[in-house]
Ligand binder design. Structure first.
Ligand code: HEC
Length: 225
């Protein structure tokens, strides 16, 4: 049983993924490319034309709120038409900017730079409460109660033996294995079965056969590597 635990723990401790939001995606997809190609040559940094910076969210806040930004790109009266040279923005670009303004003109997601020394890989190992089969059971039980699910009755011993045998070695138990297990009333009978199966050459053969099995007829033979 013990040998399988590290695999389960590995899955639990994947590093968190960076946060993204719909607003930031909208900005990245429909606004940043337009600003970059058509506006930033004049509207960025401390020398920005009309003192309007489009390279930072605080910069565009006022012209978005006053409606000037959309008016300028739509060439509506009351503000200079933008961009002042070259072609007007396309209908698609205008629709993108309009949608973005309607969503409150979100900026890109700025993630605070994490301290590299705090990366999980550099933390000293700690004893996890999950580092025992009982810990995993407790976690599953807590989630079960939270979701209000009821537990299935335990499988009968013969069914359990069949399942664990197929799981680990891909073969059903032999009649004498069934008889031995049904007769083993001492505590830890299940663990002894699992240890026997893990020690069996059939265990390695089963996993080897899965790794070398092509997933599609055209796939290379060792498709996992
Ligand atoms: C070639 C330089 C240049 C480019 C490119 C340019 N602008 Fe401008 N922008 C200006 C100048 C100069 C003004 C001031 C015009 C005036 O007041 O007559 C201005 C003014 C504005 C204003 C009005 C600011 C205010 O407070 O009145 C807005 C809004 C604006 N630009 C948006 C944009 C957008 C959006 C783009 C890209 C689609 C863009 N501009 C591209 C030079 C540029």
């Amino acid at each position: 049983m013990k040998t399988l635990l590290p695999l389960a723990l590995l899955a639990l401790f994947q590093p968190p993924r960076p946060v993204t939001s719909d607003g930031a995606q909208l900005f990245e997809a429909k606004v940043r490319p337009v600003f970059a190609a058509r506006c930033l040559s004049c509207h960025k940094g401390t020398q920005a034309a009309a003192n309007l910076r489009l390279d930072i969210p605080q910069g565009w806040k006022n012209v978005v709120a006053s409606g000037k930004l959309l008016k300028a790109v739509r060439h509506e009266p009351g503000v200079a038409a933008m961009p002042p040279t070259g072609t007007k923005l396309s209908e698609r670009e205008l629709a993108g900017l309009t949608e973005w303004v309607r969503h409150g003109a979100p900026g890109p997601v700025t993630l605070a730079k994490p301290d590299p020394a705090k990366h999980w890989a550099f933390q000293p190992l700690q004893k996890s409460p999950l580092r025992s089969p009982e810990g995993v059971e407790a976690m599953v039980e807590a989630k079960r109660q939270e979701l209000g699910l009821s537990r299935n009755a335990s499988a009968p011993k013969s069914v359990w033996l069949r399942r664990v045998s197929f799981d680990l070695i891909g073969l059903p138990p032999t009649p004498s294995e069934i008889e031995n297990f049904l007769g083993d009333k001492a505590p830890g009978a299940e663990s002894r079965v699992v240890d026997r199966l893990l020690a069996s050459p059939r265990f390695g053969e089963k996993w080897e056969s899965l790794l070398t099995m092509p997933s599609a007829p055209s796939a290379p033979k060792r498709s996992c590597f």
